[in-house]
Design a protein around this ligand. Structure first.
Ligand code: PHB
Ligand code: FE
Length: 334
């Protein structure tokens, strides 16, 4: 994928809203892209093309994309539409990584300031989400976004994005979830042992040793497919998440990332990043560790809510090293 950002025009458009349609939803123009929704579908148009997505899929992807600050690399809402993070600027593309759209000459990609895209996506999400539907929750734990507009949502759009700066539960850092933080144990984890660890430092090291029951913390997440930063050591970022149903995006990596399956199982579909051609399937079971390479896109499917640890290397120089082939796309040669 071409990654030379030096010759690219970066735009900073404002989102423009129409009057509400019959179902109560506004349409939006963001530069050359137009977004509208009806009871079931989102319609996206760009100068030479048009795409339709199911509304639940679109909103679950869009809200995560904003909350993750566009994440690492590519966020495909589906095979056609998505964003690429260049850390300060963001591409919005339609069909740019789809061989069929490219062959038909309807692929399109534009680069914007991250701030303008984030603002635009938030305006769209707020207009299209009604009270009773929470795109961050598992489908069995929330209402449906289908149908005409209902009462406006009142809660926050984005939740669970408060990263630990060193590690959860340290004085002054983010708290470990508990009944006191208003986060009960999810129905799927009622059988998990929730003992607290014993902390026994050697004399002289009191207050310097820290431990938490991570299973207890994860079991209390009220959202799904939404990693939260649990511990940070320099650029090494440890995130945990509880997964149910499907990852609402297809993630195209700009670096390696590591998955440690902590419970149950996830089926990962892996595709070539550029073409979308299938490369394989991985079924990860409790205890399995896997490195997702830097040249793929992947999507996870979790039949039962499970616990996953995601390790990211946040070093800013990595995308360039992988894009130019200076680093192999996988971390180890067997
Ligand atoms: C990923 O794309 O690697 C990813 C995203 C969200 C998750 C887990 C993994 O909850
Ligand atoms: Fe990923």
């Amino acid at each position: 994928m071409a990654d030379d950002q030096s010759a690219i025009t970066v735009k900073n458009p404002e989102i423009v809203a129409s009057e509400p349609n019959k179902q109560g939803y506004r349409s939006f123009t963001f530069d050359a892209f137009k977004f509208s929704r009806d009871e079931y579908f989102v319609h996206i148009t760009w100068p030479k093309g048009k795409h339709t997505m199911e509304v639940d899929r679109f909103l679950r992807a869009m809200v995560r994309d904003i909350g993750w600050g566009f994440f690492y690399g590519w966020i495909f809402f589906d095979d056609i539409f998505g964003t690429t993070n260049h850390y300060g600027t963001v591409d919005i593309y339609a069909g740019a990584y789809d061989n069929g759209c490219k062959a038909a000459g309807i692929d399109f990609i534009q680069t914007y300031t991250a701030e303008s895209v984030s603002k635009a996506f938030e305006v769209i999400s707020r207009d299209w989400i009604s009270e009773g539907y929470d795109p961050l929750r598992a489908p069995l734990e929330t209402g449906s976004p289908m149908g005409s507009k209902g009462k406006p949502m009142t809660g926050p759009l984005l939740r669970n994005f408060n990263p630990a700066s060193r590690m959860l539960g340290l004085p002054g850092d983010q708290p470990v979830r508990s009944d006191d933080t208003g986060t009960p144990i999810n129905r799927a984890f009622a059988d998990v042992t929730m003992d607290k660890p014993d902390i026994e430092p050697e004399p002289g090291f009191e207050g310097q040793l820290h431990a938490i029951n991570l299973f207890d913390h994860i079991s209390r997440s009220d959202v799904t497919w939404n990693p939260s930063v649990t511990a940070v050591t320099k650029a090494s970022i440890c995130c945990v998440t509880s997964e149910e149903h499907m990852l609402p995006v297809i993630h195209g990596n700009d670096r390696n990332e590591w998955f440690i399956q902590l419970s149950d199982e996830i089926h990962w579909k892996i595709y070539d990043k550029n073409s979308g051609n299938p490369r394989g399937t991985i079924v990860m079971k409790a205890g399995d560790v896997c490195a997702m390479p830097a040249d793929i896109r992947h999507q996870g499917f979790s039949p039962k809510r499970c616990m996953l640890m995601v390790m990211e290397n946040g070093s800013p120089e990595l995308p360039e090293l992988y894009a130019t082939g200076k680093l192999a796309p996988y971390p180890i040669e067997f």
